[in-house]
Design a protein around this ligand. Sequence first.
Ligand code: MV4
Length: 449
Amino acid sequence: MFDKILIANRGEIALRILRACKELGIASVAVHSTADADAMHVRLADESVCIGPPPSKDSYLNIPALLAACEITGADAVHPGYGFLSENARFAEILADHNLHFIGPKAEHIRLMGDKIEAKKTAKRLGIPVVPGSDGAVGVGDEAMAIAQQIGFPVLVKAAAGGGGRGMKVAQTAQDLALALSTAANEARSAFGDASVYLEKYLQKPRHIEIQVLGDGRGGAIHLGERDCSLQRRHQKVWEEGPSPALDAAARAKIGATVAKAMQEMKYLGVGTVEFLYEDGEFYFIEMNTRIQVEHPVTEMITGIDLVLEQIRIAAGGDLPATQDEVMINGHAIECRVNAENPVTFRPSPGKILQYHPPGGLGVRIDSAVYQGYVIPPYYDSLVGKLIVHGKTRTECLMRLRRALDEMVVDGIETTLPLFRALVRETDIIDGDYHIHWLEQYLAGQSAS
Ligand code: MV4
């Protein structure tokens, strides 16, 4: 097992990793920019190192500074969290070159899944259902048109180096294709330095359902059920829940078994999330995330498995925490990402938290690193904290979530709490009847009224 873990992240996920380190009896090193000197994870870690000024490129993305912090403190492993360097294969390799453990998947798998074309080819080869589309990158002109006509319009042009919605263009008809291809390629070239694009059938109103997996790197892998992340705004997840209101046990078992088998064949190491679009009872692979995700607590609450603690154990050579038959989905969980943003315009609202009261009670969890008097810096994401609620049923979970949202106080800055207090009372949400465009249509309706 590791002796000392350097947490190469900030905010709530840094605190979350710190908690797992303490439970495992592993020494912890916090790193922080000058803007985060008063952050909770810095206060609670065994040691802390300032790694640079506020801009991420000079601090949390500064690999030489992170290596120096490992050298100074004698850390033997690095946990990247999510975002920042968490899916940077080169970082994983550099750490290995310095005899440091990267708590994450094998660099080859990070690199593989970072190329959305190769990821899709791999998924298809491993028997995972994929969206109908081109077999690889497409050029402009006749080849693309022939493929598009074979797929059937509307088609979606996606950047190979994209992901998370970046570099996507819809072509509703043949007339739109040339412009969609050139626009997507130009945006991909400037955003990612790689103009490669591919085509997919455009699914009109799917749900976004992701499967949590855990692999031991030696051919063992299990799935831990799904999370429905369809409620998104501008590709930012807002509300995530598990199990999905749209899946029955048979559908869950089928797609879970398919994904677990694929991860066994890959000899996947660590935690991972396989993302699907789900429409008319069919799953379509879109991409795989090779990191712990923001919404991991939803899965922890319904399975009782501590994903971050297991991530550390498995990275140190440990076994999986359960066999597939031992994984049980108990009850229902919902996560609301509370951001320091205006709840209508979503304009960031950094500043000092004057009053802070997190809700409590059975089945109520807050993953947050803020406190009364904390100043939310303007340099990073606007997450105040994640409110995660568990209930024996979805109905009980919604009732408890409504109560917890009404109890929660964050004064001094604007937050998206009012949005969640409205959503939890919306009929479509109560019925679980929504898709990936539902939230933006709801918000458009709100601002129109
Ligand atoms: C799609 C799609 C429809 N059809 N692919 C957006 C981010 C990335 N995860 C993939 N995304 C999509 N891919 C096909 N073939 C619609 C989206 C999409 C979306 C997906 C999940 C959650 C929210 C979304 C919002 C807009 C578009």
